[in-house]
Design a protein around this ligand. Structure first.
Ligand SMILES: Nc1ncnc2c1ncn2[C@@H]1O[C@H](COP(=O)(O)OP(=O)(O)OP(=O)(O)O)[C@@H](O)[C@H]1O
Ligand SMILES: [Mg+2]
Length: 246
């Protein structure tokens, strides 16, 4: 079980303190699929990075299976079974796709067949990619899919995917959604997926809408999706003010 208690994050900009997240508290039970969604700049990635230990919160605590992990770094959290896929994955010159999957799985003898299974789940053919380097020669969508495959290879207890749909073509996206459904049905991992896609939001046990650094809404997809659509239709507050002024 993951518990966030009163998480806040602020940065200093000159003399001013800029609040990014404030008083976020939530509990995610084991093997649930939770989607974080909400407007750009709302704080979703920052929250995910705080869970992974890539960003240190300025207030609050994080508990994983009852253990306070607030002070632990990324490596220690990874050892406890938490994994995170970047919104924009880094590239690793000199490291092949096979190396990356082998490292992620922790199995030095990972076979070509096993690599192939992970790559197929993200719509890639092992023959074409296994010996390729994870460098700038890969397209944005390819590197994103390879990173997702490496999270699957890690088979962590908590998998965090930051906009897995970004830059991915429709066919691979369908494949990926099936993979999320299968992991969810298998009941072996907790998943937090940051997404703007209705197809992914509709898979969620719970949807958490993060906006302006706070939880704006939370609930089952059937309840939250209509609310998101209503929010979208209400339009931009600035434009609305202008419209009133005329
Ligand atoms: N270290 C930082 N310094 C200054 N501002 C920051 C810092 N980290 C995040 N922010 C700001 O905090 C806000 C939230 O950023 P975040 O990346 O968490 O948003 P997001 O919800 O993931 O957005 P998107 O949907 O565009 O990915 C943004 O306005 C961002 O510019
Ligand atoms: Mg983001």
């Amino acid at each position: 079980m993951l518990e966030l208690k009163h998480i806040g994050f602020a940065v200093r900009e000159g003399d001013e303190e800029l609040g990014i997240l404030s008083d976020i508290s939530l509990t995610i039970d084991d093997h649930k699929l939770v989607v974080f969604t909400g407007p750009n700049g709302g704080g979703k990635t920052t929250l995910a990075k705080i869970i992974m230990g890539l960003v240190t919160p300025t207030s609050g605590q994080i508990f994983w299976n009852g253990q306070d992990i607030t002070a632990l770094g990324i490596t220690e959290r990874a050892k406890l079974g938490i994994s995170y896929g970047f919104q924009q994955p880094p590239r690793f010159k000199g490291l092949t796709v096979r190396d990356l999957l082998t490292l992620a799985s922790g199995d030095q003898h990972l076979s070509k067949d096993q690599c192939c299974q992970f790559l197929t789940k993200v719509g890639l053919c092992a023959n074409d990619y296994l010996e390729r380097e994870v460098d700038v020669s890969l397209s944005g969508g390819e590197v994103k899919r390879i990173e997702i495959a490496s999270i699957l290879a890690r088979s962590a207890a908590l998998m965090i995917f930051d906009e897995p749909e970004a830059g991915i073509d429709l066919w691979s996206f369908a494949r990926l959604t099936e993979t999320f459904e299968q992991i969810h049905a298998g009941g072996t991992a907790t998943m937090i997926i940051i997404s703007h896609q209705e197809r992914i939001i509709s898979l969620a046990d719970e949807v958490i809408v993060v906006g302006d650094g706070v939880i704006r809404h939370r609930g089952p997809a059937s309840e939250i999706l209509p609310q998101i659509l209503a929010d979208t239709l209400s339009g931009c507050p600035v434009l609305t003010k202008e419209a009133h002024a005329k």
